[in-house]
Design a protein around this ligand. Structure first.
Ligand SMILES: Cc1cc2nc3c(=O)[nH]c(=O)nc-3n(C[C@H](O)[C@H](O)[C@H](O)COP(=O)(O)OP(=O)(O)OC[C@H]3O[C@@H](n4cnc5c(N)ncnc54)[C@H](O)[C@@H]3O)c2cc1C
Length: 395
């Protein structure tokens, strides 16, 4: 057998989830690992990510994955080697009266996983960070176990570390189908022919449906476009990382200083996401009108941002599941696994997801138990993960 046409594990997708999992599989010496990326590494959601990292989670499994991840981001050079551009920065999330039960529940889940989380009154927050208008805000979820990274640096560092452990990464290699024989995965089809493997992990982000549909498996994933506005900040601008449940935006400064990124999402029924499937169509940009709308919300919260100047923004698309939690686990074909539907929160959990998916492929029972609530089959079974109390947050 040609060694270039077979592997023990094939991973479809060179985003942060696929590449991080490849690295952790190689660390476990789980045979020959091959990552296939149809374009170039990071061309999907990862390259567009705002890459904020915070402990917000409504379920213990997600909180555990996030906790494992923040440990890696905080000590990236020790764990992976190289620089992921991590900047520690307190997260403040503003919530209204009706979201206080959700804030309390999230704080309890996060603390149980080991994250430092405070629940502050608006007055207590303002005593620390004056200059914020919190009129309709009833509580502030505040965590120092937060920050942001550079998504491209992070991905490249994982790729380099994976290659150093023997992982092969092939870019410009689209997978056109998954090969199954007698209920078992045997490989994938590519323009260079069929590549065989006993285990295949699908981590294709937004492009999941074309791989699952021929197997008769519904993906249940939909798309949500994020609009990211960039502002040149005045010198006395707020310096925390923010999630604003009332005004529906997330915001963080850039490492280089002087700029901040503000993200919001639009559920636009007119958006057909044609740019995702036709390279001849450019993705929509952020219009002037859109930038002004976001800027106005930010100024209502932080009046000092009145003096911020608008810069060019961009858009990116997130793969959303019906309960807005990832799909992680086995598919109903032996040897076939899924890590997709990251629902706009995949970056902050990528190290934890990579570690745990690698453990699952290696047959680790603890990983299987941890990931059980996120099993892809839950959607078809109608077992959606719905917390008792929920935020109206997009993020
Ligand atoms: C604007 C924006 C802001 C965000 N901000 C945050 C944030 O602040 N914090 C956070 O935690 N998350 C954030 N996210 C979400 C996060 O970026 C994603 O959840 C994460 O990057 C998903 O990684 P992935 O590897 O699953 O997917 P992707 O990065 O999309 O990677 C999938 C890869 O698979 C490849 N592929 C697809 N089909 C095939 C095929 N058939 N053959 C070969 N290759 C294939 C694609 O080309 C792609 O490179 C944000 C997302 C967006 C869009």
């Amino acid at each position: 057998m040609n060694p270039n046409s077979s592997a023990d594990v094939i991973i479809v997708g060179g985003g942060i989830i696929g590449v991080a999992t490849a690295y952790y599989l190689a660390q476990r010496k789980h045979g020959r690992i091959l990552v296939l990326e149809r374009s170039f590494l990071g061309m999907g959601s990862t390259g567009a990510s705002v890459a904020s990292i915070e402990p917000l989670a409504m379920f213990p499994t997600l909180a555990a994955l996030q906790r494992r991840s923040i440990e890696v981001f905080q000590h990236f050079d020790e764990h992976i080697g190289g620089d992921c551009g991590f900047v520690p920065l307190t997260l403040a999330m503003f919530v209204r009266e009706k979201e206080l039960p959700a804030m309390r529940a999230a704080a309890a889940v996060g603390r149980a996983a080991g994250s430092a989380i405070e629940e502050l009154t608006p007055e207590a927050y303002l005593a620390r960070v004056p200059g914020t208008v919190l009129d309709e805000i009833a509580g502030v979820y505040c965590s120092p176990d937060a920050g942001f990274a550079d998504p491209v640096l992070t991905l490249n560092a994982y790729a380099e570390a994976a290659r150093a452990l023997g992982v092969t990464i092939r870019q410009h290699t689209p997978v056109s189908g998954v090969r199954v024989e007698q209920g078992r995965v045997v490989g994938v089809d590519t323009p260079q022919g069929t590549l065989t493997a006993g285990q295949v992990l699908l981590a294709p982000g937004l492009w999941l449906d074309p791989l699952l549909a021929p197997l008769g498996i519904a993906s249940h994933v939909s798309f949500l476009r994020h609009y990211v506005v960039t502002l040149e900040m005045p010198p006395d601008a707020p310096q925390h990382s923010y999630l604003d449940a009332a005004f529906d935006f997330y915001m963080r400064p850039e490492k280089s200083g002087g700029l901040c990124l503000i993200g919001t999402a639009l559920d636009n029924p007119q958006d057909r996401f044609e740019d995702l499937f036709n390279p001849a169509i450019d993705p929509p940009g952020v219009t002037q009108e859109m930038s002004f709308t976001v800027w106005e919300r930010v100024v209502r919260r932080f009046p000092v941002m009145e003096n911020a100047r608008l810069r060019k923004g961009y858009t990116g698309v997130a793969d959303m599941t019906p309960d807005r939690q990832p799909l992680l686990g086995n598919l109903p074909i032996d040897g076939l696994y899924l890590a997709a539907g990251m629902s706009g929160i995949g970056f902050k959990m990528a190290p934890g997801i990579g570690q745990t998916m690698a453990a699952l492929l290696a047959g680790d029972a603890e990983a299987a138990a941890l990931l059980a609530p996120l099993r892809p089959a839950r959607i078809a079974e109608g077992q959606l993960l719905r917390p008792k109390h929920q935020f109206s947050l997009i993020a």
